[in-house]
Design a protein around this ligand. Structure first.
Ligand code: AHR
Length: 685
């Protein structure tokens, strides 16, 4: 469908109000007009942030750099998944005698009441050991030190050595190894560094092995292997993924969810007290919302240190007494039943912000971080609009949290996850997942006309869901259109974060298609939508300049029929006997824009999104400046096709390109490529 143009000049507010009344016109270049001397309001300094939760193997086999999967054998009671026994005679192919057992009689500690028992009665003529296959392999890189550690105890008579090694999958190539001796009958931690050779090939088809060459009975727990981490933090994060995030310069991190905060049941919520302290005392828990095990190696303090490493402010979501299993009614009634959960949240805030003289501040200091973390926003729950039983309990649950948090921490801003009537939240978290570029674009003006009388808005989850596992250029265009709307309205929309952030692209790892950043065992990449966000986050001023648009092109879009909804108790959606009529077709703009000004430097950042398949010529008229430097910069993200995307194989197929431009003036015309997102950086006086 070719673009069509409205006949009349359109102020940015008017287009949202009457999208269906636009009529076709072929004249003209579009005109964007603004006055740099008349900023409307301030751009929120926290507009661009991140949202994270354990989904799509975001931390396990993702950001959290641990390479051993099922390290404490808690993933599947009674089973040793991701572990196997190796019994290999020296230089031969047969098998030695030996066994590997899930042992509940030798418990490691109260949190991890199991262990792995390795036994062999064979003479020292080969190796008998345990092998972990990692998260889709163990990454090997040349010249790389790996920190291996484990707890072990041995039956009398065995002192070692144990050989700790990274081997190729078929076992014939040893990339790094070290020996451990001196085992006793008591649990003790052993640590070695495994360093690969300069000529080790980069590969993922490897495994981690601990073996004995003599008769043995040894129990193991908490078997761990870490490659180098970001900032060399122990128990830290993958540097490549952290760098992708650092490059976005995000202002905050919303954690720990999402559905991961809530769990399907109260018992499987993000129970923060079980995620702190020595990792060897964290039981882990079933992440039943996304159906895989979480070691909780990424616990509350690790989330906070992640914030610290990237200079983001934590945005803490606290469990609010609502878990997702609707049939089981996994929610806590407001009143006395909820009080322990409110206390849990107050303790959590104290752990984050309290001085080391407070109970939970002292615990944080003991865990290795004496300094309190900054905290401005606390979010109560997640998507509590889904709590519809009996009219819903969120209003009363929110009030209980709100009152307690405000009484103890009056400086904190409290975020509600859906509108409430009995209290006035400081901020409301709104979520917008759209299934097409046009659909997302059709909402890009929705905040223009929103009254400024209510709470501020945090768009805590949003995405144009086109492309899997990561969004393609079409999604990036929808996202960019949407971001112009948030930026233009950032007096109201004070924070935003795309979701989900991560996906491990290995087979079976993804639960939710369309995720901002993809990775496998060895490498990572940003999607076109990632680069669009990076451009928005990096290039903006502190003041919003209202833009008047004239002759902005549109195209016709047929919205989908509304999908049937679940019942109030989670009953599966039932399609009506007579399908509802399709909503009327709409004209949706193909050109989107936002202008901001850096007041101190008089730099203008003009963002222009051209979703059309053809180049778009735009006349730009700038008033309110004594002069404009004819030279500027243009940063463009574009692709020949909206289907183009990035991937592990082609991580840089769609990337922004910065070029100097000339000819900037109070009135000048520029042509924007098809399928493009542009930032013009212009210097005024
Ligand atoms: O981002 C994926 C999920 O979408 C989040 O966990 C939840 O909050 C939303 O429904």
């Amino acid at each position: 469908m070719p673009p069509i143009r409205p006949l009349t000049a359109i102020a940015c507010l008017a287009l949202a109000a009457a999208p269906a009344t636009l009529s076709a016109q072929t004249a003209g270049p579009a005109v964007l007009r603004f006055d740099a001397g008349k900023p409307a309001s301030r751009v929120s300094p926290k507009l661009y942030g991140l949202m994270t939760e354990e989904i799509n193997f975001s931390y396990e086999g993702g950001l959290y750099a641990e390479l051993v999967r099922n390290r404490s054998f808690m993933e599947a009671p009674g089973q040793l998944i991701h572990w196997k026994l190796v019994t290999r005679p020296e230089g031969g192919n047969g098998a030695l005698g030996g066994s590997m057992l899930f042992d509940t009689s030798e418990k490691f500690n109260d949190a991890i009441p199991v262990s792995l028992k390795l036994s062999s009665g064979e003479p020292p003529s080969g190796r008998v050991g345990i092998v972990n296959d990692g998260y889709w392999g163990i990454p090997v890189r040349p010249n790389t030190p790996y920190r291996a550690s484990f707890y072990a105890k041995a039956a009398p008579g065995f002192k070692g050595p144990l050989t700790v090694a990274i081997r190729s999958n078929e076992g014939s190539t040893v990339y790094a190894s070290a020996q451990v001796t001196g085992l006793t009958g008591a649990w003790r931690k052993y640590e070695v560094t495994l360093t690969t050779a300069a000529n080790a090939p980069v590969s993922a088809a490897n495994q981690f092995e601990i073996s004995a060459a003599a008769p043995c009975t040894v129990w193991f727990s908490m078997v761990s292997l870490f490659p180098p981490t970001f900032h060399n933090r122990p128990n830290g994060n993958r540097p490549d993924i952290m760098q992708l995030l650092a490059d976005m310069k995000p202002a905050f991190l919303r954690f720990p969810g999402g559905n991961y905060l809530e769990g399907n049941t109260i018992a499987t919520r993000f129970d923060w007290k079980k995620t702190i302290g020595d990792v060897s005392r964290r039981p882990g828990h079933m992440n039943d919302g996304w159906r895989y095990w979480s070691s909780d190696g990424m616990g509350l303090l690790e989330f906070l240190e992640w914030c610290e490493d990237l200079r983001m402010e934590p945005l803490l979501a606290v469990y609010a007494g609502y878990s997702m299993n609707r049939q089981g009614l996994q929610r806590v009634a407001p009143g006395p039943d909820l009080a322990p959960y409110v206390q849990e949240a107050l303790d959590e805030i104290e752990y984050v912000t309290g001085p080391a003289t407070t109970t939970w501040g002292a615990r944080r200091a003991q865990d290795g971080h004496p300094a309190p973390f900054p905290l401005t926003y606390v979010e109560v729950g997640n998507e509590d609009n889904f709590d519809r039983t009996g009219g819903g309990t969120y209003d009363a649950r929110f009030a209980q949290f709100f009152d307690a948090i405000k009484a103890r921490y009056p400086q904190l801003q409290v975020i509600a996850t859906t509108p409430v009537a009995t209290r006035t939240p400081d901020v409301i978290d709104e979520h917008y997942y759209r299934n097409s570029e046009d659909q997302m674009a059709s909402f890009a003006h929705m905040y223009d006309a929103r009254p400024r009388t209510g709470p501020k808005v945090f768009v805590g989850e949003w995405a144009t869901r086109v492309g899997r596992p990561t969004p393609n250029m079409s999604a990036a265009l929808g996202d960019a259109a949407w971001m112009t709307g948030m930026e233009r309205n950032s007096d109201l929309v004070i924070m935003s974060s795309y979701a989900p952030l991560f996906v491990n692209v290995n087979p079976g790892a993804m639960q939710w298609p369309t995720d901002l950043i993809g990775y496998d065992t060895l490498s990572s990449y940003g999607s076109p939508a990632y680069y669009a966000q990076k451009m928005f986050s990096l290039y903006h001023g502190d003041a919003i300049l209202p833009v008047e648009a004239q002759d902005a092109p549109t195209r016709l879009w047929q919205p989908p029929a509304p999908a049937p909804r679940r019942g109030p108790n989670g009953e599966p959606p039932v399609a009506p006997a007579t399908p509802p009529p399709a909503p009327p077709a709409q004209q949706v703009p193909t050109l989107f824009y936002s202008a901001t000004l850096a007041s101190e430097t008089h730099t203008i950042f003009l963002k222009i999104v051209n979703r059309a398949a053809a180049p778009e010529s735009v006349r730009i008229e700038i008033a309110g400046l004594a002069s404009l430097d004819p030279k500027g910069q243009s940063i463009v993200l574009s692709a020949p096709s909206p289907d183009d995307t990035n991937s592990i194989a082609e991580p840089s197929k769609v990337m922004p390109i910065a070029t100097p431009i000339d000819g900037v003036a109070a009135s000048f015309t520029r042509t924007f490529p098809p399928y493009s997102i542009t930032v013009l950086q212009l210097k005024g006086k």
